[in-house]
Ligand binder design. Structure first.
Ligand code: HEM
Length: 462
């Protein structure tokens, strides 16, 4: 047989064993990361799960994470289908997360500076004051603070003041409800469409519409007066004026409220997981407090100071490893392509299980242990490219990654500097939720025993 006549044979994609009718739905609802890991162990890097009445191919592990950033990966995967119902719902012409190729690159270009860590450079004293303000309303001494919710308020306040100039705190509940329904019904589709007719969603959605309408009016007024601020929203409005093809009127509402959708659950869940890890793991709290106290003793804090937080940085990385907010990325195959000896057919909807390697002994010894020191150079021999992907992989990697890292570093440092906290009980085990964004359950609480340090003010950078 000549080379041209040779027919390529591919491996069969195995179906993951599951329950009759329900397939893997219960496992997926309970702990998607555990399902993807078990299946990877049992079947290898490609398998098919049966979840929520749909059969879907998963490509998983380090191989899949690396594939997403390759030329072939970029050409073979697109995001459109998963975000299309959301785009349609809002009547927008495009969405950052939905687009690929040139339009996607242009949109990222518009938002790159606003979402970067430069947005908060030189403003750490303001950030500390924002965190203190949030502490005084949601983390009161003697109370049991609902950690995820308290962080949701804190991050809206932080993002609002840093990225947009004001924080819409009276809308936090509406933003949360809105995200919950939109992601569950329109993106992950784990809830039926009629949920969007429920009064709770309709009310929240109306309020978020009101918020974005007010934001548009405010920023248009700035544009007319020539006083558009140098922040994310200023950049979006400038792009709307200069490139209406890229940022038309119809897209403003989603773009202006976008930072909250992108940052609220992701940051709140990660910070809550970090708080749990710090309070639950012997010896870690004291080290975090020492590092936080040393940082706050500086009085003027710079970005470098935050990036040098070894213990706190390690705790945040561990939180993102053990409780990743994006267990898998959702994509569609743009063409037939081969992956690890399997043929993935065109138009197939895929989960890319990039977090599977977070839980593998081969890369993270004792993966169930919260160990902030595992990222130190001397301990990181086991780490290899592609094994750690909390911010995703490929063209859609988190645009807010650097900003999120400094915000989270400062927030944990300020919180543990200021407050003396404990878990409800020494042996408390964290419960988790899976949808719309995996993370600690909403009923996770910590006891606020008292204030360790007063809310003294930081001094702005000269
Ligand atoms: C712990 C914090 C965060 C984590 C773990 C995280 C994780 C992620 C992941 C995994 C993706 C990729 C999704 C995909 O490929 O389908 C993503 C995308 C994105 N994130 Fe984050 N994120 C965090 C915080 C933030 C914050 C604070 C912002 C901005 C306020 C932000 C803005 C974005 C944007 C704009 C995208 C879309 C990028 C694109 O489609 O090109 N993220 N994030």
């Amino acid at each position: 047989m000549s080379a041209a006549e040779e027919i390529k044979t591919y491996k069969n994609i195995p179906d993951v064993d599951g329950l009759p009718l329900l397939g893997n739905t219960l496992e997926m609802a309970k702990d998607p990361a555990a399902l993807f890991l078990r299946a990877y162990r049992d079947y290898g890097p490609v398998y098919r799960v049966n979840v929520f009445g749909r059969k879907q191919i998963v490509i998983a592990g380090r191989e899949a994470a690396l594939f997403m950033s390759t030329k072939k990966g970029r050409e073979s995967l697109r995001s459109r289908e998963f975000w299309e119902p959301m785009r349609e719902f809002y009547g927008a012409s495009k969405m950052l997360t939905r687009e690929d190729g040139e339009v996607h690159q242009r949109l990222r270009g518009v938002m790159r500076d606003g979402f970067s860590r430069e947005a908060v450079r030189g403003r750490y004293h303001e950030l500390a004051a924002t965190i203190d303000d949030s502490i005084s309303s949601k983390w009161k001494t003697g109370s049991e603070a609902p950690v995820v919710e308290a962080f949701q308020y804190m991050i809206v306040q932080e993002l609002g003041e840093i990225l947009t100039g004001s924080a819409p705190l009276e809308y936090v509940r509406d933003i949360r409800v809105n995200i919950l329904y939109i992601l569950n019904v329109l993106v992950t589709q784990v809830r039926p469409r009629f949920f969007l007719g429920l009064p709770e969603f309709k009310k929240a959605n109306k309020r978020v519409e009101e918020l974005s309408r007010d934001m548009i009016i405010e920023f248009k007024a700035h544009a007319e007066k020539g006083t558009l601020p140098n922040n994310l929203l200023g950049d979006i409005m400038r792009a709307h004026i200069e490139h209406p093809d890229l940022v038309p009127e119809t897209d403003l509402s989603l773009l202006l409220t976008g930072p909250y959708v992108a940052g609220l659950d992701t940051v709140a869940n990660t910070l809550a997981a970090a708080v749990y890890g710090i309070l639950r793991t012997p010896g870690v709290l004291e080290r975090v407090q020492k590092e936080a106290d040393a940082l706050m003793a500086k009085k003027t804090i710079t970005e470098d100071d935050i990036r040098e937080l070894i213990v706190i940085g390690g705790c945040i990385r561990e939180a993102m490893r053990m409780w990743p907010i994006a267990v898998a990325q959702m994509r569609t195959a743009t063409q037939d392509f081969e992956f690890e000896g399997y043929l993935i057919p065109e138009n197939e909807k895929l989960y890319i299980g990039t977090s599977v390697s977070h839980f593998m002994e081969e890369y993270f010894p004792d993966p169930e242990v919260f160990d902030p020191d595992r990222y130190l150079d001397e301990n990181a021999q086991h780490m290899q490219p592609g094994v750690y992907s909390p911010f995703g992989r490929g063209p859609h990697t988190c645009l807010g990654q650097n900003l999120a890292e400094v915000l989270m570093g400062m927030t944990i440092a300020r919180l543990f500097h200021r407050l003396d906290m404990t878990l409800e009980s020494e042996d408390y085990i964290l419960k988790t939720k899976s949808f719309p964004t995996p993370g600690p359950a909403m009923d996770f609480k910590v006891k606020i025993k008292g204030e360790r340090m007063p809310a003294d003010k930081l001094i702005p950078e000269a």
